[in-house]
Design a protein around this ligand. Structure first.
Ligand SMILES: NC(=O)c1ccc[n+]([C@@H]2O[C@H](COP(=O)([O-])OP(=O)(O)OC[C@H]3O[C@@H](n4cnc5c(N)ncnc54)[C@H](OP(=O)(O)O)[C@@H]3O)[C@@H](O)[C@H]2O)c1
Length: 243
């Protein structure tokens, strides 16, 4: 029986997800590092594993019902429960698109990637999370989906740009509120987090984006909330954001 808390992170072969895995492992969590390319997650997990801590790779494509169900079965078989789920997989920050002209196929793909994928993973992992006495779900959302955002990326700040991404993240934060409301007596705390504008791409820091470790710490805060912590909120760096 594994006595360490067990955490699953999606989209963790690179960027924020990878760093969240590293930080959770340093905090003593048993980390399941998942992604859609098994070779990449295996390599990333090997790099994060240390003499004292094994990081476990897992194939998980959030867009595939079969892949998600298979991942849940694997976790049930190997670990028996889940204490933390970080829905990090996402993307399609479509700054070159406009609301009036963006292709509907692209909108659909982005909603699948940023909203429905996370929703699917939550439904599949819920039986395992219910077996934990202190489960936490973190949905990695974005200030781009907020009506008010102090850093210029909010719904009212970018004109029509990034329509698919922004609206998918608004919906992900809304999903967080609905789930927290439904699960309020379950002991499971579920929150949305904006990591802030984070340098997960080459040259990001030179443009003013924050270091990856800082953005990831914002997510890890919500994964490690105490039992009397908030649920159904939207946070950055532990501070509640209006949205
Ligand atoms: N960076 C920022 O400034 C920022 C700000 C606010 C919010 N966020 C959010 O933070 C999260 C991580 O961002 P990031 O900057 O680290 O992005 P990133 O470097 O582009 O990494 C995205 C990760 O998501 C994975 N992914 C995408 N679709 C997937 C799917 N269907 N199934 C499984 N994995 C999938 C990617 O896998 P592959 O490698 O296989 O493509 C990759 O591992 C995203 O949700 C993003 O929207 C980022």
């Amino acid at each position: 029986m594994n006595t360490n808390p067990i955490a699953l992170v999606t989209g963790a072969n690179r960027g924020l997800g990878l760093e969240v895995c590293r930080q959770l492992a340093m905090h003593g969590y048993t980390v399941i590092l998942s992604g859609r390319d098994f070779e990449k997650v295996t390599q990333a997990a090997q790099e994060l594993s240390s003499a004292t801590q094994t990081v476990h790779p897992l194939a998980l494509e959030t867009g595939s019902h079969d892949s998600v169900m298979e991942a849940a079965e694997t976790i049930a078989r190997k670990f028996g429960r889940l204490d933390v789920l970080v829905n990090n997989a996402g993307g399609n920050f479509d700054t070159d698109s406009l609301t009036t002209t963006v292709a509907m196929d692209y909108v659909r793909e982005t909603l699948e990637m940023n909203l429905i994928g996370a929703w699917r993973v939550i439904q599949a992992m819920l039986p395992l999370l219910r077996k934990s006495s202190h489960a936490r779900i973190v949905n990695v959302s974005s200030g781009a989906g907020a009506f008010e955002s102090e850093i210029g990326f909010g719904l009212t700040k970018m004109g029509g740009a990034a329509p698919a991404y922004s609206i998918s993240k608004t919906a992900l934060t809304a999903l967080t509120v609905k789930l927290a409301s439904e699960l309020k007596d379950s002991g499971i705390l579920i929150n949305a987090v904006c990591p802030g504008w984070t340098a997960t791409y080459p040259g990001g820091e030179a443009q003013g984006a924050r270091p990856v470790a800082e953005g990831a710490a914002s997510i890890v805060w919500a994964a490690m909330l105490p039992g009397d912590g908030p649920s159904g909120g939207f946070f950055r760096d532990g501070e509640k954001l209006s949205w």
